[in-house]
Design a protein around this ligand. Structure first.
Ligand SMILES: [Fe+2]
Ligand SMILES: [Fe+2]
Length: 180
């Protein structure tokens, strides 16, 4: 089931203006790595990783992709007769991955997905800059401020300690480059 979902998600990523394929690969890898480290449910973490941005990949302008994404993931997993309590766990991960204060991660698996998503952003400084700068038409200064805010927020509010250790060298380098 995971392999089928992985393939269909990678198929969905084709031809988009942002490298979603790379993002999903990175989030899935970090999710599995952290799940092993923290003795969490690796299957739930991996499924949540592949599905977490499904709605945003389909339509980048769609608001609340975490809420709609959780609903869409539920429909997909029900088709595979995935156990109900596991579907709820995957849904909770997706619902809480976006730093929405109304939906904060409560489980180990949800904290892992949010961290894995943020870790992927630490690997994608240039892609994120390109997205803001070229595709969103922002100035270099707006871009710098946005990135600095984003990485500081990830560092302070999203990353669990195990993920912070992975991100530390990149965070320090990014701060050196972006701080005035
Ligand atoms: Fe997302
Ligand atoms: Fe994401």
């Amino acid at each position: 089931m995971i392999e089928e979902i992985r393939k269909s998600m990678l198929e969905l990523c084709k031809g988009k203006s942002w490298d979603w394929e790379e993002h999903l690969d990175q989030v899935a890898e970090y999710s599995k790595m952290l799940a092993k480290k923290l003795d969490a449910d690796e299957e739930v973490c991996e499924l949540a990783a592949w599905l977490h941005d499904i709605v945003k990949i389909k339509d980048s302008k769609r608001e609340s992709h975490h809420i709609k994404g959780a609903e869409e993931a539920e429909k997909i997993l029900e088709k595979y007769s995935y156990p109900k309590e596991k579907i709820q766990q995957v849904k909770h991960c997706i619902l809480t991955h976006s730093s929405d204060e109304n939906y904060m991660p409560q489980t180990k698996e949800a904290k892992i997905l949010a961290s894995a998503d943020a870790l992927s952003h630490f690997d994608s400084l240039l892609s994120l800059a390109q997205y803001r700068f070229v595709l969103k038409g922002k100035t270099a200064e707006e871009c710098r401020e946005f990135l600095l805010r984003k990485y500081e927020n990830s560092w302070k509010k999203i990353l669990i300690p195990e993920a912070r250790e992975i991100a530390r060298p990149k965070y320090e380098a990014i701060k050196l480059v972006l701080c005035k």
